[in-house]
Design a protein around this ligand. Structure first.
Ligand code: NAP
Length: 348
């Protein structure tokens, strides 16, 4: 049985959920043919911890935020990310820190340090993927390791790997998605009669929306995801700034009511499409969809992606686009991909 040593970079919602699954459900991994052992953790709040024989997950998961790894064997009050990523005995670095939509840092550096030191990387952080994905994938390939990031788009719901693995032999012409659960929830509540500001306030109360909902409502969250899909699935080679982006901030209750009366539903649609001349056009914009569109019926905070293919027409997948456990599953699916790649090549 292969054992993968993990270094968790960031110990917030997602990586804690992964640690809980490793602690509570070892049989889930045994059926996948490998065991997981956390050997290092870094976090701005807790500092860093390196324990080559395996971190006591019960102990660290019981630590309240505000406490420090200082005082534990191998612990330090400082995150020491570079040292831990480069020198800890990890096979796989699990990057789940803050997303920067500007330059992807510090996550881009975390990924580079890991790859340069011969470690695989799995991440749910869309920043490094949207802003430096192709470069980091090339670096990983030249270092003989994997860089996997299924959770960067639609959390644990398979999109990237589904398109790569299950749509082989098809010409993919476009991908359209509802890629932000908050804005979809808000539009749905406006259909039920709430004003935009009331629907946003409700989404905040329910924990769907951040205190500052700008990235969700203004479309910049979806912009990063569309750039990822355009590059990953259509080889576009674009930067997020190339994605023309309009959010739902100017959609009024009147717009929503008029659309409904005509059998249309407003959705915030992220799209990457290959034009007849070969160019890839990527956009984020609210669109009033007819009821027979594959994305028209996607309600609440659910996400969906619809692939337009030559032989099958539209193929659509829907599921959660957020949630700590759901996103931790994306990391597990990435580790499964690393395991496929590394079968027999890593220490048991
Ligand atoms: N949660 C989801 O549903 C979801 C879904 C898809 C993708 N993602 C992405 O997954 C990543 C993790 O999400 P999350 O929900 O776990 O976020 P989170 O709860 O905010 O956790 C992130 C953790 O990383 C720490 N951190 C930030 N910068 C760091 C640094 N430079 N070095 C070490 N630690 C650092 C944070 O510490 P401080 O709190 O002290 O800053 C925090 O403890 C994010 O990029 C997010 O966008 C999340």
């Amino acid at each position: 049985m292969t054992t993968y040593n993990l270094a968790l970079i960031g110990f917030g919602g997602v990586n804690r959920a992964l640690a809980e699954l490793i602690r509570d459900e070892p049989q889930r991994f045994l059926t996948l043919g490998f065991e997981l052992r956390v050997v290092a953790i870094t976090d701005l709040a807790f500092g860093s911890l390196v324990q080559g024989d395996g971190v006591d997950l019960d102990a660290v998961l019981a630590m309240p935020r505000g406490s420090s790894f200082d005082g534990l064997p191998g612990g330090s009050p400082d995150p020491r990310n570079e040292e831990v990523i480069r020198n800890s005995p990890a096979d796989i670095v699990v990057e789940a820190t803050f997303t920067s939509p500007i330059d992807g840092e510090p996550a881009v550096s975390h990924v580079k340090w890991a790859i340069e030191s011969g470690k695989h990387v799995v991440t749910t952080n869309k920043g490094p993927v949207a802003l430096s994905g192709p470069e980091l994938s090339r670096l990983a390939a030249s270092n003989g390791v994997r860089f996997e990031y299924e959770g960067a788009v639609m959390s644990g719901t398979p999109v990237i790997r589904l398109a790569h693995k299950m749509l082989g032999g098809l010409e993919l012409r476009a991908v359209q998605g509802i890629l932000n659960g908050t804005s979809n929830y808000v539009l749905g509540r406006m259909e039920a009669g709430l004003r935009l500001d009331e629907a946003i306030a409700e989404a905040q109360e329910l924990g769907y929306a951040e205190a500052d909902p700008t990235a969700d409502i203004g479309g910049s969250d979806v912009r990063l995801k569309v750039a990822i899909l355009a590059n990953e699935l259509l080889g576009a080679g674009i930067h997020p700034r190339d994605v023309e982006t309009t959010g739902i901030q100017d959609i009024t209750s009147d717009d929503v009511a008029k659309a409904l009366a005509s059998g249309l539903r407003w959705k915030l649609i992220g799209e990457a499409r290959r034009e007849a001349d070969g160019r890839v056009v990527a956009t984020v914009q609210p669109i009033a969809l007819p009821s027979d569109h594959p994305l028209a019926g996607i309600s609440g905070a659910t996400n969906a992606a619809s692939f337009t293919t030559d032989l099958l027409g539209a193929v659509t997948v829907s599921g959660p686009g957020a949630g700590r456990v759901e996103t931790a599953y994306a990391l597990i699916s990435d580790i499964m991909a690393v395991n496929e790649f590394a079968k027999g090549a890593v220490r048991a």
